[in-house]
Write a protein that binds this ligand. Structure first.
Ligand SMILES: NC(=O)c1ccc[n+]([C@@H]2O[C@H](COP(=O)([O-])OP(=O)(O)OC[C@H]3O[C@@H](n4cnc5c(N)ncnc54)[C@H](OP(=O)(O)O)[C@@H]3O)[C@@H](O)[C@H]2O)c1
Length: 321
């Protein structure tokens, strides 16, 4: 099968190549999926570039790795003991080795594709939508009528976060740049702040929950615009230097959260089956529609990752396989 194989850490266009490799084996309890589309989240870019350097032991050895996690496709085969999923089923979910013609994973990593989505749209859901859901529902515990601000409303997390917050009945303010104002409004934001013209920490409005995907203000400036019982969730893994990345910001927000109940500690979130089913329900109810920034061919995965690494995605970047 054709797959994108990593050679070493570095610039995605230099370290990734299209190769012919063996199809993954289907082990007991697993499903093999013919991948029709995969999507890229910021974590995929971090694993390919190997930044921050301090995280490399956690990323594992880069040579020979097929990167990528989020896919949508058709089940090709299932291993012994798998029930509830059959060859021919259209599914979406997560795996290791997404940027390839085939990927295998434990069968419970896959759920039926929402009937109203293309494979490209379904592939976009995965980690980004799960993160948005978990941060708003489990960390923020947002409630109908609450005022929620999403900083970085136009990116992979932000476009899902705006829609999830609306689905939970919140009054949503999205912060993005001029070129994304209409898009962020179109996915349901009640108010949109163009960060090139206005600073949300200085316009006098207060919020019950802030999801900060950008971390371009100090923690104290951002916390100042919370209501007396409001909460701030910092969620940024890319700012900071190449050696330590956001570790300073993460430690600071973790420390502040021990003394200041309005500052939530860092939360590392992963895709899980139950949440994919919740997202499928919201998608089929018309409450969430994935926003696709651009679609690349499998052979252009390096270019696609480099685009994500620039930090100006409009929704999610997808690979069509
Ligand atoms: N995606 C995931 O699954 C995931 C999971 C956990 C944590 N995270 C972390 O969450 C953060 C956001 O991830 P993402 O996937 O949403 O990133 P992304 O897809 O790269 O999007 C970043 C967005 O931020 C906007 N932005 C840049 N500067 C801004 C500013 N000053 N104010 C407001 N918006 C600004 C960009 O819009 P403009 O082009 O208009 O500037 C862009 O749309 C990252 O640090 C990532 O490490 C991501």
């Amino acid at each position: 099968m054709k797959a994108i194989v990593q050679d070493r850490y570095g610039n995605p266009e230099a370290v990734l190549g299209l190769q012919e490799i063996a199809k993954p084996a289907v082990k007991d309890g697993e499903a093999l999926v013919r991948v029709h589309a995969a999507s890229i989240h910021v974590g995929d870019w971090l694993v390919v570039t190997g930044v921050p350097y301090i995280a490399r032991p956690a990323y594992g050895k880069p040579k020979g790795r097929v990167p990528g996690t989020d896919i949508a496709g058709t089940v090709e085969a299932v291993g012994n003991g798998v029930t509830g999923i059959r060859p021919g089923d259209e599914v979406f979910g997560w795996c290791t080795g997404a940027f390839a013609e085939y990927a295998s994973a434990p069968a419970d990593h896959f759920v039926p594709k929402p009937a109203n989505l293309t494979f490209e749209q379904a592939a976009a859901v995965g980690v980004s939508a799960s993160t948005a859901l978990q941060l708003l529902r489990d960390q923020g515990k947002i409630k109908p009528g609450q005022k929620v601000l999403i900083n970085g409303a136009s990116g992979g997390i932000g476009t899902f976060a705006v829609q999830v917050a609306k689905a939970f009945g919140a009054e949503v303010t999205g912060v993005c740049s001029s070129r994304n104002v209409e898009m962020v409004r179109s996915i349901g934001a009640d108010h949109v702040i163009d960060y090139t013209r206005e600073d949300f920490t200085r316009n006098g409005h207060r919020f019950d929950f802030i999801l900060d995907n950008v971390a371009n203000h100090s923690l104290s400036d951002t916390r100042r615009v919370l209501t007396p019982t409001g909460k701030l969730q910092s969620n940024n893994g890319t700012s900071g230097g190449r050696w330590f990345g956001t570790i300073g910001t993460v430690l600071k927000s973790a420390t502040v959260s021990m003394f200041e109940r309005r500052q939530l500690g860092p939360a590392i979130k992963f895709a899980n089956r139950a949440d994919l089913l919740v997202l499928k329900g919201l998608i089929e109810a018309g409450k969430i529609t994935p926003i696709i920034d651009a679609t690349y061919a499998l052979s252009d995965t390096g270019k696609a990752l480099a685009h994500v690494g620039e930090g100006h995605s409009r929704g999610t970047v997808v690979i069509s396989v």
